[in-house]
Unconditional design. Structure first.
Ligand code: F6R
Ligand code: MG
Ligand code: MG
Length: 364
């Protein structure tokens, strides 16, 4: 059975500040999606949150970029924004960059990850959702999952993964894409995906069957809006087991927290901390950045789940490491490498300060 798996998310008002999502907004999101399920537009859905982002996880048969499904999400975000405005939540409607829906939420602010799959006999799917970071945050974990035998032993000892995976990489600044065959081209690929502020892994495909293995959101909010409107807070869908890495191989990269862009004012480096859904409330210095993982089995498009995958105690050490990394980075205060390089900062006073001091700079 061909199923479309769509995750569409937006920050349409934070509670309190940019830390969490108010239950009334989640309830409205749920009401809108329940109506769409009843009408037959959706097979199933799950509404959740990660920090101040409202997440719609949906299954249907209409394919990616479907106008009706995208409009459903857009209209739900509009309704939720009205509630956010009434409650005077912080940044109500912040990710809705346009006033009218134009056929596809991509380019209008919300983040989108979608894939069309042939549902297998058993179809485990993990949805990763992050807050206070940018789309390139998935590059390193996706590399470990599908390229690194020290993470994914299946690449070595499972015959149906031994031929490797294809990576579709997007240049988010120049709107170009390229496909790399891995493992042969990992050195070439790393030149690009090692620079995650510019190059993002959009999708991964099995070379055994050509089937899609992973799909991520790559929208860059600040580039869409031409101004600071918060970080992208990306999502990523990953299929597991069989010709794909096992669930534990998919989760394993997050047991060693890596440093991502985002955190306070979208202008800092910080560790990506794997947490349970209830712990995805980033308050310390508006962070540190969080990632949650919702696990589902699909049954004819029905979402059997979620299991809160990072609630596992075995991620406690990763959390402690992330907290230690956060302390170390925070010590740098306004200095790099905690603060992002000038050209990557979302918030900056540089132009004003430069203008004010321009007459005082003397040639050396
Ligand atoms: C980062 C984030 C927050 C805000 C900060 C200032 O993605 O959302 O760190 O950037 O709280 O927020 P505003 O500009 O809304 O006062
Ligand atoms: Mg926010
Ligand atoms: Mg957010």
């Amino acid at each position: 059975m061909k199923i479309t798996f769509s995750v569409i998310k937006a920050d349409i008002g934070g509670w309190v500040g940019h830390s969490s999502m108010h239950p009334d907004l989640m309830a409205e999101g749920d009401r809108c999606l329940a109506k769409a399920k009843k009408s037959g537009l959706l097979i199933d859905y799950h509404v959740t949150k990660c920090g101040d982002d409202l997440q719609f996880i949906m299954t249907h048969v209409h394919g990616t970029d479907d106008k009706k499904v995208h409009k459903l999400a857009w209209d739900a975000f509009i309704n939720c924004t009205a509630i956010a405005k009434k409650l005077k939540l912080h940044g109500a409607g912040q990710d809705l960059l346009t006033t009218a829906f134009s056929g596809n939420v991509k380019g209008q602010g919300p983040g989108v990850a979608e894939m069309v799959i042939n549902e297998r006999e058993a179809e485990p799917i993990i949805v990763f959702m992050a807050d206070k970071t940018a789309s390139g945050a998935w590059n390193l974990p996706l590399y470990h999952m599908f390229c690194d035998p020290f993470n994914t032993i299946g690449l070595v000892i499972s015959s149906n993964m031994h031929s490797g995976f294809k990576y579709e990489v997007h240049d988010v600044k120049e709107s170009k894409k390229i496909v790399f065959n891995c493992p042969e081209e990992i050195y070439d690929m790393l030149v690009f995906i090692g620079a995650p502020s510019r190059y993002s892994v959009k999708a991964v495909y099995s070379r055994e069957t050509g089937e899609i293995a992973a799909s991520s959101s790559t929208q860059k909010l600040s580039m869409l809006a031409g101004r600071y409107v918060g970080k992208d807070d990306p999502v990523c869908i990953v299929r597991a087991q069989g010709i794909f890495p096992a669930v534990g191989e998919v989760l394993e990269p997050f047991a060693r927290p890596h440093i991502v862009e985002g955190w306070m004012r979208g202008s800092h480096h910080g560790p990506l901390m794997p947490v349970s859904v209830s712990d995805a409330v980033p308050t310390r210095f508006d962070g540190p950045p969080r990632v949650i993982a919702a696990g589902f089995q699909l049954a004819n498009g029905k979402l059997v789940g979620p299991v809160d995958m990072f609630a596992d105690l075995a991620f406690n050490n990763a959390r402690q490491q992330a907290l230690d990394m956060a302390d170390m980075l925070r010590r740098h205060g306004p200095f790099e490498p905690h603060r992002l390089p000038l050209e990557e900062m979302e918030y900056t006073t540089m132009p004003q300060v430069m203008k004010k001091l321009s007459g005082r700079f003397k040639k050396i």
